[in-house]
Design a protein around this ligand. Structure first.
Ligand code: SAM
Length: 223
């Protein structure tokens, strides 16, 4: 349960310099959010590729989020040891949070350029579908925190969940499907590659010879 967790009352109440000390005074806030980030593989892969972009993982499990926090701290130290001026991994952080309940407490309106849902828990049974991280009610929140032009990246090895996410995201008026080739032509190839291969769950699917289903959506302007 998440009853014992403390949540920020609103994004403006968060002191991001605690998470990203190297960026304190810049006024920057996270632009990439990895929802249910697990062991943090995506964030660790993307951090060096976009060194000026702040990224935040959200993970509900205590031990897992602690592990990611320790992993980032260690990478920052090694980076500094190799190069004292290094800002490596300074742009990545994690919170333990229930993203399904508190996303808008962390991210202000139109603040994100990328939102990741990588290999989310499938919740197979119909009566559990409302527990899915992509659901009609939550889509309004995702559209709120994304800026126009921002991208939702989803990937799963569960075809039924893939279809579910595609149907709901496509039906929502503020999202339009965008294919992989288009995103690659816009320079987002490294992001797509990381989405496919960098996470722990993605690697597991690969080891087991499973298929991966990608679906991406662009947040459009409201008229
Ligand atoms: N994205 C990671 C990957 O690809 O390796 C992890 C995938 S794992 C199957 C799903 C993760 O979502 C788990 O670590 C789980 O604890 C987390 N999770 C589930 N519901 C969540 C929620 N409401 N808020 C934050 N994290 C959640």
């Amino acid at each position: 349960s998440d009853h014992s967790l403390q949540y920020p009352i609103a994004p403006h109440a968060i002191d991001w310099s605690v998470h990203y000390p190297a960026f304190s005074g810049t006024g920057k806030a996270p632009e990439f959010a990895d929802v249910g980030c697990g062991f943090g593989g995506l964030l660790i892969a993307l951090a060096p590729i976009f060194p000026d972009t702040l990224m935040l993982g959200m993970e509900i499990r205590v031990q897992v989020s602690q592990y990611v926090q320790d992993r980032i701290a260690a990478l920052r130290v090694t980076g500094q040891a190799d190069d004292p001026d290094s800002t490596s991994y300074q742009n990545v952080s994690i919170v333990r949070a229930n993203a399904m309940k508190f996303l808008p407490n962390y991210f202000s309106k139109n603040s994100l350029s990328a939102l990741f849902f990588l290999f989310p828990d499938p919740h197979f049974k119909s009566r559990k579908h409302k527990a899915r991280i992509i659901s009609p009610t939550l889509l309004a929140e995702y559209a709120y925190v994304l800026r126009p032009g921002g991208i939702v990246y989803t990937i799963t090895d569960v075809k039924d969940l893939h279809d579910w996410m595609r149907v709901h995201l496509s039906a929502f008026p503020l999202f339009e499907p965008v294919d992989e080739e288009t995103l690659r032509s816009e320079g987002k190839g490294p992001i797509i590659d990381a989405v496919y291969t960098s996470t722990e769950e993605g690697k597991k699917v690969e080891r087991n010879g499973g298929e991966k289903w990608l679906a991406c959506f662009r947040r459009i302007e409201c008229h």
